[in-house]
Design a protein around this ligand. Structure first.
Ligand SMILES: *Cc1c(COP(=O)(O)O)cnc(C)c1O
Length: 232
């Protein structure tokens, strides 16, 4: 992983990139938050983020967060951005304040029931496979209304919005299409269900400009801040 000085320099470059993207899209820079993705890195990555004033981190695995969170600075909000298996739902609720990867009505219902039993209130995002990529998790665009309906039926869950991951592709048009579809999906759901779904979590190190253009409010950035991860 990078040193703290390298991290700080990367963070400054990221802030500039995000700022420029917001200006270009005629958006307020404060309207897009940075979620530093600390997966695969040691707990030091969480400390780095905390030291520059970032208040949340993204992790993609429940087991990894279970090891890291007790060692990490307090006062950080942990957000799950990776696929959640239903048998880890309870542990995920105990470890993460926000679950960005709710991708089926069954999972939403289970999380809602368990959160209620545990006396927890949790934020969720609905993950939609808006790039229609067979390699990605997330419900199909056509399934999104059913997923939202299930999540809204759970008093212990607060639905903040939607999340998507663009297909791995050399064609920037794929990311653009994925993000535009997610935005459209959010707008349609908000109208149909008469709910505010303010959060659009989309964009990573390689494609955040397209995401900002399409209305992202949360870019999830790993490698640009912390360096390349070891291959999985
Ligand atoms: C790893 C990961 C990221 C960060 O990706 P980078 O390309 O390293 O910025 C963002 N979102 C999800 C869902 C991830 O799994």
């Amino acid at each position: 992983m990078v040193t703290f000085d390298q991290f700080k320099a990367n963070y400054a470059i990221l802030q500039k990139r995000l700022h420029d993207a917001c200006v270009k899209a005629k958006r307020q820079p404060e309207s897009v938050r940075i979620l530093p993705v600390t997966k695969t890195h040691s707990v030091e990555a969480v400390e780095f983020a905390s030291r520059v004033g970032l208040t949340s981190v993204g992790e993609n695995r429940v087991q990894e967060a279970a090891i890291k969170r007790p060692l990490a600075p307090a006062g950080i909000r942990w957000e799950l951005i990776g696929h959640l298996q239903s048998n880890k739902a309870k542990q995920a609720l105990q470890l993460f304040e926000v679950i960005q990867s709710v991708d089926s009505p069954e999972l939403a219902t289970r999380l809602g029931r368990l959160a209620q039993e545990l006396g927890l209130q949790r934020g969720v995002l609905l993950q939609v496979n808006s790039g229609d990529d067979p390699a990605k998790f997330g419900c199909d665009l056509a399934e999104a209304p059913r997923l939202l309906e299930a999540a809204l039926a759970c008093p212990a869950l607060k639905v903040h919005g939607l999340m998507a991951v663009a297909p791995l592709s050399d064609n920037p048009g794929d990311a653009e299409r994925t993000f535009a579809n997610l935005r459209q999906c959010r707008d349609d759901l908000a109208t149909r269900f008469q709910v505010a779904l303010p959060e659009l979590s989309m964009g990573m190190s390689g494609d955040l400009e397209f995401a900002v253009e399409a209305g992202s409010t949360c870019v999830r950035v790993g490698s640009m801040l912390f360096g390349q991860r070891p291959p999985a």
